[in-house]
Design a binder for this molecule. Structure first.
Ligand SMILES: NC(=O)c1ccc[n+]([C@@H]2O[C@H](COP(=O)([O-])OP(=O)(O)OC[C@H]3O[C@@H](n4cnc5c(N)ncnc54)[C@H](OP(=O)(O)O)[C@@H]3O)[C@@H](O)[C@H]2O)c1
Length: 265
């Protein structure tokens, strides 16, 4: 059956930022499609909740509390995984946020700027670097990096986050070439998606209305919209796709111009 190409049966997927929002939905979607899931974020209680949902779907869930900005924690975790797993088929680098780097040029110093680069860009590089032997042990592997529309859009107070996500996109293309043909590397650039990170939009009717005005589909995206795109990129269905950044944004990227009104608090 053609739809078998979307199956993740027999595969193991490591998903970062899997405690809530987009990462949690990717985890349950991949479990539904047959994968065992390794859940990574800092907050163990969030991961335990998602693990329950994964196990209800009949798949294994391994909970891995880890701060991706702490290289020693990442190294220790990957060493543990190397002991436990024969291979890693899928890596989704999803953890990220504007974080400490959100703010005006005057208010964000180098330390805060670099923290945002660390969470959104360097952490993905480091995890790919450390898991490479596990990925190479899989019969074929797929890496999906969750970027952002901010990698191509222009908005005030977002220099660090935008730079990090633009860097993630270009790193995706370079590594797609470097790791081909055995490992495919792709990215997804979500538009505005309804998650805990965007509660400041959904909790404010005026801000929500202003945001939706920029989205041709007339709504915010749902975590499931990103999970379905991630499923395509992680599964054999996209076997001839590598080095691609897929915009999942309700058509926003098709609008002329890249400057938007500042709509963050
Ligand atoms: N929501 C949107 O509109 C939107 C739009 C474009 C792009 N994105 C991107 O999509 C991804 C997910 O966003 P989301 O909205 O789902 O965010 P979210 O609801 O805030 O979830 C982020 C996840 O990342 C984890 N995380 C954050 N810092 C971490 C660290 N240092 N180490 C390990 N885990 C960490 C968080 O858990 P802990 O805090 O427990 O660590 C949480 O599980 C991000 O890369 C974001 O930039 C989102």
């Amino acid at each position: 059956m053609l739809t078998d190409s979307f199956s993740l049966s027999g595969k193991t997927a490591l998903i970062t930022g899997a405690g809530k929002g987009i990462g949690a939905r990717i985890a349950t979607a991949f479990a539904e499609m047959g994968a065992d899931i390794i859940l990574l974020a800092r907050t163990e209680s969030d991961l335990q909740q998602v693990a329950v949902a994964v196990r209800r779907l009949g798949r294994d869930a391994r909970v891995c509390p880890c701060d991706l900005t702490d290289e020693a924690q990442v190294e220790a975790l990957v060493a543990e995984l190397q002991e436990a797993l024969p291979a890693l088929d899928i890596l989704v680098n999803n953890a990220g946020a504007p974080g400490k780097g959100y703010g005006s040029l005057a208010s964000v110093d180098k330390r805060r700027f670099e923290h945002t680069l660390d969470v959104n860009l360097s952490a993905a590089y480091s995890l790919i670097h450390h898991t490479l032997p596990l990925l190479q042990s899989a019969s074929e592997a797929s890496i999906v990096n969750i970027s952002s529309a901010m990698s191509w859009m222009v908005d005030k107070q977002m220099a660090a986050y935008a730079a990090a996500k633009a860097g993630l996109d270009q790193m995706t293309r370079v590594l797609a070439y470097e790791l081909s043909p055995h490992i495919r590397v792709n990215g997804i650039a979500p538009g505005a998606i309804e998650t805990p990170a965007t509660a400041f939009i959904t909790d404010n009717p005026q801000r929500l209305e202003e945001t939706v005005r920029w989205i041709p589909q007339g709504r915010l995206g749902q975590p499931e919209d990103i999970a379905l795109a991630a499923l395509y990129l992680a599964s054999p269905a996209s076997g001839f796709v590598s080095g691609k950044i897929l915009e999942v944004d309700g058509g926003m990227a098709a609008l002329p111009g890249t400057a938007i009104q500042s709509r963050l608090p």
